[in-house]
Ligand binder design. Structure first.
Ligand SMILES: C[S@@+](CC[C@H](N)C(=O)[O-])C[C@H]1O[C@@H](n2cnc3c(N)ncnc32)[C@H](O)[C@@H]1O
Length: 172
């Protein structure tokens, strides 16, 4: 049985609504859309590409208890947005390649949907990660292309080991 952790999205309204993965997730009842950044649940795990600490399986408890939050904004505004709001449990995702049509093939610039899929997979909510792939046709490809890395990250003990796996992969 699937027990999807709560997924929150602060939606900054900077997207093309036809292509926005967050709006689709909300429409499919996979995530809760927040219009006010101050309503972001303060203990949830915040997906921040600029955070110093990498997400690891050690974060499973936070995810289970408080859920995951992403900030859906334009990549042009993203760094500034994350500086503006002070969140508690901020984590970056380790090296993974985007498979969404806008940033296809680019490392680390994941869509909100891909970021949630990766976070769930690495914290060992794998069935839940696969379940989210129903939102877009290309989402399954994201897991398939990154499968080896996602598996390795999901077997790491902690954030340090996740970074070691990433370094080892990038060296080769
Ligand atoms: C910048 S928005 C762009 C969203 C795009 N409009 C869409 O439709 O998916 C993507 C969000 O996903 C999360 N995200 C993406 N890549 C990430 C990474 N490498 N590490 C952590 N979070 C990431 C962050 O919350 C980020 O703000």
């Amino acid at each position: 049985m699937i027990t999807m952790p709560k997924l929150f999205i602060y939606h900054a309204n900077q997207c093309n609504p036809k292509k926005c993965t967050s709006l689709k997730m909300a429409k499919m009842n996979k995530a809760i859309l927040l219009k006010n950044p101050y309503k972001v649940p303060k203990n949830s795990l915040i997906l921040n590409p600029y955070a110093e600490k990498a997400l690891s399986p050690e974060d499973k408890e936070i995810v289970e208890k408080f859920g995951i939050t992403a900030l859906d904004c334009s990549w042009k505004e993203a760094e500034l947005m994350f500086k503006k709001f002070k969140f508690k449990n901020q984590r970056s995702l380790p090296f993974l390649v985007a498979c969404n049509p806008i940033n296809y093939g680019k490392p680390c610039m994941l869509s909100t949907l891909e970021a949630f899929i990766a976070a769930l997979y690495i914290t060992n909510f794998k069935d839940e990660a696969w379940d989210l792939t129903s939102c877009f046709k290309w989402a399954e490809t994201f897991i398939k292309v990154n499968y080896e890395l996602l598996e390795r990250y999901s077997n790491a003990k902690n954030s340090m080991e996740v970074v070691e796996i990433q370094q080892d992969f990038l060296r080769k």
